[in-house]
Design a protein around this ligand. Structure first.
Ligand code: HEM
Length: 507
């Protein structure tokens, strides 16, 4: 094999040629997509099918354009070219069009399939039917109080083991992002599958790597025209290896549970495990009970849970560790509610300041500057009169809304008690809660596909924050400085290299 080439089934393939073909394909594909634009005004330049603007948006200009469009068009739709396709951004009244819109008009599934190329990463069964989302939404959310002791036990053990701090109270340098990812992967899988698998190094490594690799592979596949997707999917996606890796662990567990169910009949109900896998097995019908299909869905929930929660937590942690004056305020609240309720879901529910801190971090840093991406399945007219053709992509301008001074006072300022102050002066705790999705707080999306796992995510991240302020002292290695975020298009990734300092809290 020569440098710059790849041996594919015995044939020496020139990588430069492959990349050129892919790029040409992408250009043609993009040109075709340009025809799917609406009659809304364009931000940026239309030159080269909008590619110049699309490239600029990948390198930091996106948020300025979103904010300028928001200001200029006052909530009415405008459009911007992306690397993959043109996107129509809405705000104001038009958010309701998406929130109320049906799947046969504004499709969440088709948008996700286009964005992360699910057909070629997860495969058709998940791409075509995400019935497990209903299990997350119903059974998982309903059982959060009952599962809280397990979840908190895992938070406590995972931090102790992952941080491994000296007993003498000295500070220790911790790579924040990767450490939180390990903790979150363990904690989520404690709920999904229980012990001992949630602590298995190889199993959790597959889960953590899968999310990053599949997102990358999905993005690359999404850039190329349909006829190239199977080829690129085959050679660029690590998904099949991860799926096989998960199968090694999960298929024997699933088959054993099925066997016991068949043998024990009614008695199985008393004996069966109480975890997400079992809730899913109980809900599955017909072919859905196939072990391979259930395995894919377990990967699916790991995909939905791990990276999103890690980014959200790391953003909030950086605000806290760079602004340590906020720690005593949180500590005071956590000590009081834990003294009253113990480490329970009731205690977490009562942590109004912790909730506000996380919500403000999500408002300011978020994990991205747009929300509620949908593919338009039939020509439609938005409530501002914008005509949108079939095949177009629409999304909500989260950045514009979250930074609108008419909605949030001093919107560019990180004000951790922005929401708790209002609750403490008598306003509705539910209205201002981190988990409450609305047209003003778009972090969780909205409408019928609003994040199904947000109650668990919020509980987990609040409990992690509370645990840290109760048992550790923290600061950034570069004291008082919040590490820079990395923006990639509309995605806001917290710094992955930053070092935080932890020590056991002096009592
Ligand atoms: C902080 C962490 C999380 C964030 C920021 C987040 C964000 C989101 C967003 C923005 C959506 C799309 C909503 C829309 O377009 O309207 C979504 C959907 C979804 N999320 Fe989350 N999520 C998080 C954690 C989780 C967790 C822990 C789970 C599962 C255990 C989960 C499961 C899901 C599922 C199943 C959907 C699809 C819902 C549907 O198809 O109806 N998420 N999430």
């Amino acid at each position: 094999m020569t440098p710059g080439s790849l041996d594919v089934l015995g044939v020496n393939v020139d990588l430069t040629a492959v990349c050129t073909v892919l790029l040409m394909g992408a250009l043609l594909w993009h040109a075709w997509y340009s025809s799917s634009k609406a009659d809304a005004p364009i931000m940026g330049s239309n030159a080269l099918f909008g590619y110049l603007t699309a490239l600029k948006t990948q390198t930091g200009a996106m948020n300025d354009l979103l904010r300028a469009g928001y200001k200029q068009y006052k909530g009415r739709a405008f459009q911007l070219p992306g690397l993959r396709a043109w996107v129509i951004y809405v705000a104001g009244e038009q958010i309701q069009d998406l929130r109320k819109g049906r799947d046969d008009t504004f499709s969440f599934r088709e948008e996700v399939n286009d964005t992360v190329s699910m057909q070629y990463t997860f495969g058709p069964s998940i791409a075509n039917n995400q019935w497990h989302a209903a299990v997350v939404r119903k059974q998982m959310t309903a059982n959060l109080a009952a599962k809280f002791p397990d979840v908190y036990d895992e938070i406590s053990c995972a931090f102790a083991e992952e941080l491994d701090l000296p007993e003498n109270g000295d500070w220790k340098e911790i790579p924040a992002f990767n450490t939180f990812m390990s903790v979150i992967c363990r904690v989520s899988n404690r709920l999904f599958l229980g012990l001992p698998l949630c602590r298995d190094e190889e199993f959790t490594r597959i889960s953590r790597d899968f999310t990053v690799q599949v997102s990358m592979a999905g993005f690359i596949i999404s850039l190329v025209p349909p006829f190239l997707k199977p080829l690129v999917g085959r050679y660029f996606t690590p998904a099949p290896a991860a799926i096989r890796g998960f199968e090694k662990y999960l298929i024997p567990i699933i088959e054993e549970r099925k066997k016991q169910e068949a043998e024990l009949g009614e008695a199985w109900n008393e004996k069966k495990p109480f975890d997400f896998l079992q809730w899913m097995m109980d809900a599955a019908e017909g072919d859905q009970r196939e072990a391979k299909d259930l395995n894919l869905r377990m990967l699916g929930v790991n995909f939905a849970a791990t990276h999103t929660s890690t980014m959200t937590f790391t953003h909030a942690f950086y605000w806290l560790a760079a602004n340590t004056q906020y720690i005593p305020v949180l500590r005071e609240e956590v000590e009081a509610v834990v003294a009253e309720h113990g480490w329970t879901k009731d205690a977490v529910n009562a942590m109004v300041r912790v909730d506000s801190f996380l919500k403000e971090s999500a408002r300011v840093s978020g994990i991205g500057s747009v929300s509620m991406g949908r593919k338009v399945m039939r020509a439609v007219t938005l409530s501002d009169g914008t005509q949108v053709p079939k095949g177009a992509h629409v999304a909500v301008n989260l950045w514009g809304v979250h930074r609108d001074p008419k909605i949030y006072d001093n919107p560019d300022v990180f004000d951790p008690w922005r929401f708790s102050r209002r609750v403490e002066t008598g306003e509705s705790a539910v209205k201002h809660a981190f988990t409450t999705a609305s047209s003003d707080f778009l972090f969780w999306g909205g409408g019928s596909h609003v994040c199904a796992g947000r109650y668990f995510a919020s509980q987990e991240l609040k409990a992690m924050t509370a645990h840290i302020v109760m048992y550790y002292d923290i600061k950034m290695a570069n004291e008082g400085v919040r590490p820079e975020d990395t923006w990639f298009g509309t995605n806001c990734i917290p710094n992955r290299q930053a070092i935080a300092l932890f020590r056991k809290k002096h009592t």
